[in-house]
Every structure is written in C-alpha cells, then in structure tokens.
Write a protein of this length. Sequence first.
Length: 636
Amino acid sequence: MDSKETGTKKYEFKAEVKQLLDILVHSLYTSREIFLREVISNASDALDKLRFESTRGTEITDKDLPLEIKVDFDEKAKTITVTDTGIGMTSDEVIKNIGTIAKSGSADFLKQLKDSKADANNIIGKFGVGFYSVFMVAEEVIIKTKSFKQGEPAIEWRSNGLGDYEIAEIDGSMNRGTIVEIHLKEDAKEFAEKYRLETVIKKHSNFITFPIYLGSEKINTVSALWREPKTNVKKEQYDEFYKFLSYDSEEPADVIHVTVDAPIQFNALMFIPKKSYDFFGYNRDDHGLDLYVRRVLIQHKNKDLLPEYLGFVKGVVDSEDLPLNISRETLQENLVFTKIAQNITGQVLSYLLKKAKDEPEKYAEFWKEHGRIFKMGYSDFANLEKYNELLRFNSSSNEDAKGLTSLDEYVSRFKEDQKEIYYAFGNSREAISQDPHLEIFKNKGLEVLYLYDPLDEFVISTVRKYKDYEFKSVDSVELKNLDKYNDLEEKKDKPADLSQEDGKHFDSLLSRIKDILGDRVVEVKESKRLSGSPAILVNPDDSMSSTMQKILRMTNKDMGAQKKVFEINRDHKLVRNLLKVFKSNSQDEYITNVVEELFESALLLDGSLDDPHKLVTRLNKLLEQSSDLYTEKNKL
Ligand code: ADP
Ligand code: MG
C-alpha cells in the first residue's frame, strides 16, 4: 500500500518470518534478555563490516565517526535505544535483511525451536534470525538507518511485529549507522533500567571488540583475549569468552591457545565444546573459525581454516601477516592463509593426541561427543598418521559396547606373527558376537574390532592400513593366514572324525549341495572356521567386505550381489544327520529343504536376503515336521 502524503510504504513479512515471530512472541518466555545480545551483535557486525570496507579503501559517508555502540534507555517511556556507527542499510537492504529470513534451513530452524523451547537462547543466535528476538520484549520497534554508501538517504522502518512493517525515507541530519529504538511491552519494562542493562551486556556482550557505552560509561572489556600471553589469561576469562563466542551455556571442555611467530605470525584461541551439536543436521553452517587480520574481523566462521571433520572446534584466528584488504573469495589461494590453516589443523590434532595420551578418560568423553564428526576425516591424507592414532573403536577385548580401543592398543595386543587387524561389522555388540564368522577368531583368541557405524566401513576401506598392518574384515579374511594361530583350547563335544569312507560321502554331499544352489554360490566347501554353526557364507579370499558391498549396492542399483563361498561344518550334528540321509538317498527332498534353509539363513545374517517369504514358508514346514517327531517321541 502506498500512501502519498507521507511517502510511507507498507509491507508484509514473509510467511516464515511471521511464523518465527509468532513463536518468539507467544511461546518463549525464558531468557528474553538475549534480545539485547542480538541487537548489540548486529551493531557489532555492522561496525566490523564498516571497518572491513574502510581498510579496503572504499569511500565512506561520515568517515571520521568513531566506531562504537551506544545503549540508552528511558525508564518512564519504557524504551531502549541501541545506536551504532556501522555500515547502516539502504531501503532495499532493510527490506531484504529485516523482512525475510535469508538463510537456508529456516524451516528446520523453526522446527528445532518449537521442539526445544528451553534452548532458545542457544538456537536463536546461531541461525541468523536474531533480530526478531527483539519482539519478545517489544510492542514496537523503530529502526533508523543510514548507509555508508554515499548519497543514500536515511530510512525509517517500524513494526509491531505482528504481520507487517512500514518503511519511509526520513530527512534530517542523521549520521551514518543504525539506531534501533525498542518500545518495551508492559511486562518487559524491567529492562529499561541501568543495573539490569549493565548486567545483561556484561553477561552476553562483554567481548564485543567495539566500545559499548551505557549512557556515558564504557562497560565492556574490548580486549582481544587471543592476543594476550597465555599466562595472563585466567580460566574464567577463557570460559566467558567461549560462551560469548559460541552461545553455549556450558564452559568448554578444552581451550587451545596458540601463538606462533615464525615463519608466519598468528594467534589462535580455540575451544572444544563439551557437547556436540549436530552441525551436519539443522545448523550445518554453524562451524568455522572467525578470521581477523590485525584485529579487524575479515570473516565470521571461515570454513577453510580447519577441515570439516574438526568443525566442532570454535574460536578465532588473528594474523599480522595477511593483507588487510584481502578478499574472502581469494583467501584460499593465499599462501600465508593456507600455511596458517595447515598449522592450525596440526595444532588441534597434536592437542588431541596429547590429550589421548595424558588423559585417556577425558579423551574417551571427547570421542563420545565428537568422534562421529571426527571420523569424517578419513580422507585427510596429509594428516593420516595423526588421524589414525586418534581413531577409537569398540573391540572384542573391551568388556562391553562402551569400551574404546585405539589401533595402537590393538597392535600392542597382537599375537606372535600377527600382521593384520581384524574387524567385524554389525548393529550391536550382541549381533556381532553371535556372527558365525567370529567363531574362529574367538577360538584362537584373536582380537576383533567391532564396528557399528556405517561410516566406519568407509574409514577402514579408505585408510586401509595402520602402520604396516592391513585391515581385514572377518568375512573376507584369508583362512590360511589364520592357520598359524593355535586354538585356545581343544574343541569340546567334537564328534569322532569321519571314517575315510564317510569322508568321501561328505565330499559327494558337498557336490550335491553345489548342485542344489547352482550358481548362487561360487563354491561349496568344508569349513575350517566354524565350531558352533552348521554353515556360513564367506567372501572369496581377499575380496571386499560384505558391508562395503552392501553400501556400494545402495548407491549403485545395477551392482548385483557378489557371489560367495558356502562353507559347511562337517562336525556339526545337523550336517552329520544330513550325511546319513544322503547316504540312504542322495536325492532326498529333505536335503534340498535343509540346504535351502541354511543358505537363506546365511544370506539373512549377511544382510543380503532380498525376500524372506520362501525362507519362512520352508521354516514352517520344517517346524511342522519336527513337531510330528516331538509328539511321537514324547507319546503325546
Ligand atoms: P544475522 O545477524 O545473523 O544476519 P539478524 O536477524 O540478527 O541475523 O539480522 C538480520 C540482518 O539485518 C543482518 O544480517 C544485517 O544485514 C541487518 N542488520 C541488523 N541490524 C543491523 C545494524 N545495526 N546495522 C546494519 N545492518 C543490520
Ligand atoms: Mg544478528
């Protein structure tokens, strides 16, 4: 709507903004004070952007204004005013920046916000929807703003946060920057009070790098903590800075503060949070380090200083050796920047290695929180050695599924002559330990890594080796490589060996089984690895593990299942009975049924049975037969 007399234009908020406002205003009553943090952080961002422009030599309106933030209040009128001398906004920019939610994933954000009201404090700032939080306390907000771009008029924006907003050009002698005038609701008037404002600003905005004045008094610290010598900084200061930086309410698990002077100068102050926030999910952009050059913020959350798998690290990096007028787009091509990035990555990995060595319990806690993300680093070949040393898995030598084993520990427990690291894949510790493939490893007392996360399969198959030792999946291991290890104890309940003649019959039985299964299997042979189970499917020597095959099949539908070797345990009671049936009638239907059942059960365990119907029908038939025998035997 255009009203000619005043030059005022009315606009509707975009649907997602309305939704967000509705939640903010109606369902969030805790931590309302963070509205001030958000308004001040926008002022600070605007000042950072201005400083960035001016270091690049851009022409700027009112270029001699000091870079600062002012907070004023009027208890009687119930207003708070936040003024900055930052870049300001043009009329178009106001519409674009304040009327819409630009960031992707805002739908996710809204959902997240609805689901976890208590955590709003944490979520709001991370999503770049901070400005709207002002409507938690305001019945009306007026923004007056004038862009740093020359010749732009000052603009006034006003809204009650219900459904629309108005924009008008204002004349008069406004300076460059932005004034946010907050008219508090009756139930929020307590914020227009000196002590309250001071407490809130100190709590949430103390580390803003521009001076914040409350009235005429400067109340924040304005020091670049990362440039202080380590010995001067107290734990409380680190904690406070971390909370400021990350919006986390807990203190960090780790502080990594480094100063490097040669060959390249930089300071870095980094933190590892206690808790992992799934940044691959709803807030995937929420990682990266803030990059400063000589204290001037060049980029928030730069994604190239640390690889993504260390994305849980928060912090800032500040260098004297980068040019101030560097553009964000060319950072990655800058040699100094690349060197800094490499160095920082190395620092974080070394820190973790030291922690793993000196404080294994604490490292285990780290792993439980951040291990899932860390594992994504399997393709960081430059740091592979460190990466490998930092990996943790559950293992057969751990007492339960919670235990963790490093590759180094695994190797230290090698049997004599062992050259391979064995691993098995499954949904749980129970599932893996009942897997027939593990029987031979248990009998020989060989340690097996237990992998539960599909990602582990990628880790192992990319890394391939730890030191000189290759990873081998228990379902693709070459059996002859296991011959050299003795069984821990003689197998119990082992039936007498087959006579030479029965041995021959057994070989014929194997051929009969191959006839039944046809080219569904590569080969049918006697198993040397089983003790408790009658039969097993194994991959031909040295081929891909079954899980990897499954993963590949999921991504490539044309890839058929790899054929396997079907191994039969000739000492198993069931097999011995089959042999009796076979000797009396080699074509007995019963043999076919049992073999099909064994084969499909093995496929099922392998996770590659496409359709279980036949298996179940056959199983029911066999159960029926066995019930006949049971009732007969017990004269029922
Ligand atoms: P974010 O700060 O994460 O981008 P906000 O909702 O807090 O999200 O702010 C939205 C946008 O409004 C900012 O990105 C900025 O472009 C603009 N803005 C808000 N406050 C100011 C200000 N004081 N000066 C200049 N621009 C501002
Ligand atoms: Mg903001």
